[in-house]
Design a protein around this ligand. Sequence first.
Ligand code: IDP
Ligand code: MG
Length: 161
Amino acid sequence: RSYGTEGAGGLSERTLIAVKPDGVQRRLVGQIIQRFEKRGFKLVGLKMLKAPEELLSQHYHDLSKKPFYPSLLRYMGSGPLVVMVWEGYNVVSTSRKMVGDTNPAEAPPGSIRGDFSIHISRNVVHASDSLDGAQREIQLWFNCKELTDWDCHDQSSTFHL
Ligand code: IDP
Ligand code: MG
């Protein structure tokens, strides 16, 4: 089974969302999960970890030349992350809108960053920015055995319990 836009018309698209260390410190994990559940997306992977520097440098490999890169890695390694895989129709693009602009000062109220953060260096949450990026990041953070396929309880395959 693949998780691109083909076949089911994006129905089984997946993305990587992470609550960053400031979000965990500020006890925002539940509220962030709740937004994705309420929107209608399906949680298929979830774990908490303190990310090793090697993993963070792979995750942010495209930013390695940026002046803020060393402080970004320090921030991301400063405490545990809650890393998740969410699935559903158009989830990559919709979750970017739910998360809001990279700079919280530009992120609209109602978005996660727009509601919970004020500065670009502490913006609470990560979301993959494209289908390719999502696929790469999911493979980086999760072993396929850590991802759980499950059907909604009203689907015919699980209706007769
Ligand atoms: P994104 O998280 O919205 O995809 P990216 O450009 O991929 O934004 O940057 C990754 C992360 O790097 C941001 O979420 C933020 O934590 C940090 N970052 C980006 N630009 C800056 C900056 O100008 N100063 C400090 N940190 C930054
Ligand atoms: Mg990014």
